[in-house]
Design a protein around this ligand. Structure first.
Ligand SMILES: Cc1cc2nc3c(=O)[nH]c(=O)nc-3n(C[C@H](O)[C@H](O)[C@H](O)COP(=O)(O)OP(=O)(O)OC[C@H]3O[C@@H](n4cnc5c(N)ncnc54)[C@H](O)[C@@H]3O)c2cc1C
Length: 418
């Protein structure tokens, strides 16, 4: 497929070094931007399709990424990644997200990337050899199976899928859905209830994550749940029917499943938010370019006050979302301050800001904005979905209020210095 004649896909985004950060961060940003604007954005229309030619193109871009030392920013060096640590990765994500095609081409593909991190933290040497290494090498795929139709995903203690010990095996029975990537996956990490009563660590110790190879008898995919009208998606509904796996497939100690899920999301939400900031940056760029090019009633859109309002409000949305996210990253990096309240605040603020910015950009484009000739329609669906996945907004609002009021109950006020 060739780009439409008036394609904006060749648009170059520009970045300047940030004077206040480690020079290595600026170097990573610059090199990332070079590849995203030079190799990925100009090829977006081709990268939408899968054929021999676009497979070769993907391989070629991946090699460019590897040669630049930018492969797998989420992984430590000993596992073939960049080993760059938290802040550098956060800043890199902002640039990666200029194109929806970047992550895969830089070796970060959900849910594999989350599973890789969990295996690194909780896996035994044997599990790492069997599952992590081929996953990193791209020889196998994986999925994460937690959400259930009959239990609220926003209440992680309500999980009904049970794993019961039978000799040297776990026997798993349950019903999951929205297990993304399940049809392609060679193994699932399944969140199971393994304790009926509170475990040693209280309510939080009832769940355990267990690795289930997807060819195990009883792992039965019922359907792919269509999302946003896409019938061919891979968000699967699965019945676990007496699925037997060795106890050695358990990740971490019994009862550590909830903590492992927190580790998976926790600080990772900063990466997701920086990713959203990068998408906003791209949407903003598209909106501005369109507004100086599109002629309406004797003048370009830039001269209409409604459009100027869209640009100004989007600028404010992006700057506030970006600064809040960077503040949260600094709080995490410093090891001091209220991490959880800050993370919940950005988990609400940033996807909402993304939703607004993309919505305005679509409006400026008119019909083209809802077509796949620009990345905006995909960003819009993603932004709306983000407000549910990783914990719905309301759950995070409740948590913020609780944390704030706790300080008042403790005889203090809220301290905005943290
Ligand atoms: C595209 C997509 C991909 C996904 N991929 C995966 C995956 O790979 N693996 C996986 O396990 N899951 C996945 N999920 C599921 C996702 O994690 C859950 O949808 C999410 O945790 C919310 O759970 P739920 O859908 O059961 O909503 P519920 O928990 O039923 O919540 C529904 C609504 O109730 C309200 N609500 C909830 N709690 C409160 C409260 N305390 N106060 C006030 N209101 C409240 C909120 O408005 C919320 O949106 C995916 C979801 C989507 C959309």
């Amino acid at each position: 497929m060739t780009a439409p004649a008036d394609s904006i896909m060749e648009g170059k985004l520009t970045i300047s070094p940030i004077p206040t950060v480690d020079p290595e961060i600026n170097e990573i940003r610059r090199k990332t931007a070079e590849i995203v604007t030079g190799h990925i954005i100009p090829n977006e229309n081709r990268l939408r399709t899968w054929n021999d030619e676009t497979r070769a193109l993907r391989d070629q871009i991946k090699q460019t990424v590897k040669d630049a030392g930018l492969w797998a920013p989420h992984l430590p060096k000993e596992y073939g990644g960049m080993g760059i640590g938290f802040m550098k990765h956060a800043y890199m994500n902002e640039i990666l997200a200029w194109s929806p095609f970047s992550s895969a081409l830089f070796g970060v593909v959900a849910p594999n990337s989350g599973n890789q991190n969990i295996l690194i933290k909780y896996g035994t040497e044997e599990q790492k050899k069997q599952w992590l290494e081929p996953l990193i090498n791209g020889e196998i795929e994986s999925c994460f199976s937690m959400t259930e139709p009959e239990a609220a995903g926003s209440d992680p203690y309500s999980i009904q899928t049970r794993a019961v010990r039978d000799g040297d095996e776990w026997v798993i029975n349950g019903h999951k859905w929205f297990t993304s990537n399940a049809r392609r996956a060679h193994f699932a990490i399944v969140m199971c209830r393994t304790e009926e009563e509170d475990g040693a660590g209280g309510t939080q110790e009832k769940m355990t994550q267990i690795i289930v190879p997807t060819d195990t008898p009883g792992f039965n995919i019922q359907r792919s749940v269509p999302v946003w009208g896409h019938e061919g998606g891979d968000h699967c509904e699965i019945i676990y029917d007496n699925v037997r796996v060795p106890v050695t497939n358990q990740l971490g100690r019994t009862g550590s499943g909830h903590q492992a899920a927190q580790d998976r999301l926790g600080a990772g939400r900063v990466y997701h938010c920086m990713n959203s900031v990068g998408q906003m940056w791209r949407a903003f760029d598209l909106m501005c370019r369109r507004s100086i090019e599109r002629e309406v009633r004797g003048g370009t859109l830039e001269h209409k006050q409604f459009i100027q309002g869209f640009i100004a409000d989007s600028y404010i949305d992006i700057m506030s979302a970006r600064l809040m996210t960077l503040h949260t990253a600094e709080v995490i990096d410093s090891g001091q301050g209220d991490v959880r309240t800050n993370i919940s605040a950005i988990k609400i603020q940033v996807p909402e800001a993304l939703h607004r910015v993309v919505d305005r950009a679509i409006q400026v484009y008119g019909a083209k904005g809802v077509s796949t000739d620009t990345p905006l329609e995909g960003m819009y669906r993603g932004a709306r979905t983000l407000r549910i996945a990783d914990g719905p907004d309301e759950v995070h609002r409740v948590l913020i209020a609780k944390n704030v009021l706790k300080r008042y109950h403790d005889g203090m006020s809220w301290d905005f210095g943290v």
